[in-house]
Ligand binder design. Structure first.
Ligand SMILES: Nc1ncnc2c1ncn2[C@@H]1O[C@H](COP(=O)(O)OP(=O)(O)OP(=O)(O)O)[C@@H](O)[C@H]1O
Length: 326
């Protein structure tokens, strides 16, 4: 698979480079260990040095959808229903991917309720327009390893956004094409809830490497997720799977206890019924909410908490699936 490069043999010392398709490769450690062990068993070998590097493959353009220069993979995080934790998942997955060394951008396409600046600790940040040879372009904000563009930077915090479809399309296109994103392995798009204008604009404008649907276990949320899934299928967009958020509540004073507030197993059932994978389940934890409110995502603030571990695993699974698809 052309993943082994740069083989050097010097007496008993063997060194080589392993090229992974993503830094966030879920089986990274296992592969390194296996390669090491196998070479070590060869006669005459005394030492093995494995270097690891990665090259994220790029999602190809489609006949009717051209990619954005420099951006390898666009991943849409969506939900059928509001308030299920879509932004929490988008922000934490973006930061978790950046933690693996990937170059990551986050486009907050939730034009009416832009929360990502707060969640990424950029609530009081301003972004600027640069004059480039291709016209004016926005310089994204940056924190926790992630570049961010959001409507939240362009409006007064208390000002409601009252726009119609065509204006929305305009801003979403600007956020895609008139931002100095630079080189990105992943552009995570935090979609607005539901199946409206923004979703259509995005799905039609650019080739999306994969869509993730965030849901909570209760039946009403799951019903809406089905609609979202059908929209992506109709638009020929690869659905990577479902994330079940708020799967169960962990009380901070009794971490061994789990309460199924919204019922249990809903995400699993929906995933099976719709024939898409369940990418992971995230518990309801007070620290996750606090992290979002304080601008320190849980994968940074409490990386060993159950929610952070679940979110990091989900990020790796998403990266793995995107690489396989590409
Ligand atoms: N696993 C969790 N544990 C605790 N709180 C959570 C969890 N997931 C999300 N929250 C909290 O629930 C609220 C809603 O989450 P979030 O804003 O991510 O949802 P959303 O689906 O993006 O909402 P919207 O539809 O408004 O865009 C936030 O206050 C967030 O901090």
């Amino acid at each position: 698979m052309n993943m082994v490069r740069n083989i050097k043999i010097c007496d008993g010392l063997v060194s080589f480079t392993l090229l992974l398709t993503t830094n966030a490769y879920p089986l990274r450690e296992l592969i390194i260990e296996d390669c090491q062990k196998i070479v070590e068993t060869l006669p005459g070998v005394t030492d093995v040095v494995v270097e690891v590097t990665s090259e994220t493959p790029q999602r190809k353009s489609l006949p009717d959808r051209t990619g954005i220069k420099g951006i390898k993979n666009i991943i849409a995080i969506s939900s059928g229903k509001g308030g299920v934790g879509k932004s929490t998942v988008a922000v934490n997955v973006a930061v978790a991917l950046a933690q693996t060394g990937a170059k990551v951008g986050l486009l907050d396409a939730d034009i009416y309720g832009p929360n990502d600046p707060t969640m990424l600790g950029l609530a009081d940040t301003q972004i600027y327009v640069d004059n480039t040879d291709k016209g004016d372009a926005l310089e994204p904000a940056f924190n926790h390893g992630v570049k961010l563009v959001s409507m939240g930077f362009l409006i007064d915090r208390d000002q409601p956004v009252i726009w119609r479809g065509p204006m929305l399309n305009g801003i979403v296109r600007q956020f895609l094409y008139q931002v100095l994103w630079g080189e990105l392995d992943y552009l995570i798009v935090d979609m607005p809830p539901g199946t409206g204008d923004t979703q259509l604009t995005l799905s039609q404008a650019v080739p999306i490497a994969g869509a993730v649907i965030v849901t909570t276990p209760q039946p009403v949320a799951l019903l809406d997720s089905r609609r979202g899934l059908h929209m992506f299928k109709q638009m020929n967009i690869n659905v990577l799977g479902i994330v079940e958020n708020m799967s169960y509540f962990i009380p901070p004073d009794m971490p061994e206890k789990h309460y199924d507030i919204f019922g249990s197993g809903g995400g699993e059932r929906t995933a099976t019924e719709l024939g898409v994978p369940l990418l992971g389940c995230i518990p309801l934890e007070i620290s996750t909410r606090l992290g979002s409110d304080n601008g320190v995502p849980i994968v940074v603030g409490e990386p060993d908490s159950p929610s952070a571990k679940a979110l990091k695993d989900i990020a790796l699974i998403i990266a793995g699936k995107v690489s396989v698809a590409a």
